[in-house]
Design a protein around this ligand. Structure first.
Ligand code: 13P
Length: 241
């Protein structure tokens, strides 16, 4: 819940001027609902995609205050973040609800960015893999492994989000490798193609070593995405892919 019209315009203009989607690199800006129209207009013709940060699991009806996938799709939205840890912890979204939101995104032709990740307590108790498995299994049980094939995954350890404390490249790699192996056990082809982003205090100074890990395919950037130079520095760290 950051931004305002003037700051968004400056940020989007900087990104538009500096970023070009390349063969295997894609950039997207996920903005709060009121700024999606502005984001879409600013990014038109730039090759940069845009998305929302949440959606309802329902397509229409008496759900005051909610925004549906159908509404997002009508405006040309490409991506939508689903199950961000802040939605799970602050707004009580359950694994089942997250699975239903992922289904709603797919049903409406949107690509869900499915966030998973453990809390500090869970990591300290050695439960990281069990938490990731529970979060992935909930989606697969409800929607099948094919649904994961049409999504982007984002591993976001809660203890690293907005804290300045980044997962080490080895910690990120270990979690990503585990996630990919869980999918591979069901469908090796889906696992091989799957994009798994890392999120949690990614900065220009640590991005290259995170993105250098074999199973880290990109980033989901929070705080650093609000400062054009920082975000562009992170994008440069992707290197040629
Ligand atoms: P930070 O990059 O600020 O840690 O946020 C990560 C995140 O939650 C992106 O969705």
């Amino acid at each position: 819940m950051h931004g305002n019209l003037a700051a968004n315009r400056r940020l989007l203009e900087s990104l538009k001027a500096s970023l070009r989607a390349a063969n295997s690199i894609e950039y997207a800006v996920c903005a709060p609902f009121p700024y999606l129209a502005q984001t879409a207009a600013e990014l038109k013709g730039s090759g940069l995609a845009w998305g929302a940060q949440n959606l309802s699991e329902h397509d229409s009806g008496a759900y005051t205050g909610e925004v549906s996938g159908a509404m997002l799709a009508e405006f040309g939205c490409t991506y939508v973040i689903v199950g961000h840890s802040e939605r799970r912890t602050l707004y009580g979204e359950t694994d089942a609800q997250v699975a239903a939101k992922l289904a709603a995104a797919l049903r409406n032709g949107l690509t869900p960015i499915l966030c998973i990740g453990e809390s500090l307590g869970e990591r300290d108790r050695g439960e990281t893999e069990a938490v990731l498995k529970r979060q992935i299994d909930a989606v697969i049980a409800a929607e099948g492994v094919e649904s994961v094939a049409r999504a982007v995954l984002a591993y976001e350890p809660i203890w690293a989000i907005g804290t300045g404390r980044t997962a080490t490249p080895e910690q990120a790699q270990s979690a990503h490798e585990y996630v990919r192996s869980q999918i591979a056990a069901l469908d090796a082809a889906v696992a091989a193609r799957l994009t798994i982003l890392y999120g949690g205090s990614v900065k220009p100074g640590n991005a290259a070593e995170l993105f250098g890990m074999p199973d880290v395919d990109g980033g989901l950037i929070g705080g650093a995405s609000l400062v054009a130079e920082d975000f562009l520095g992170i994008c440069r760290a992707l290197g040629p892919r």
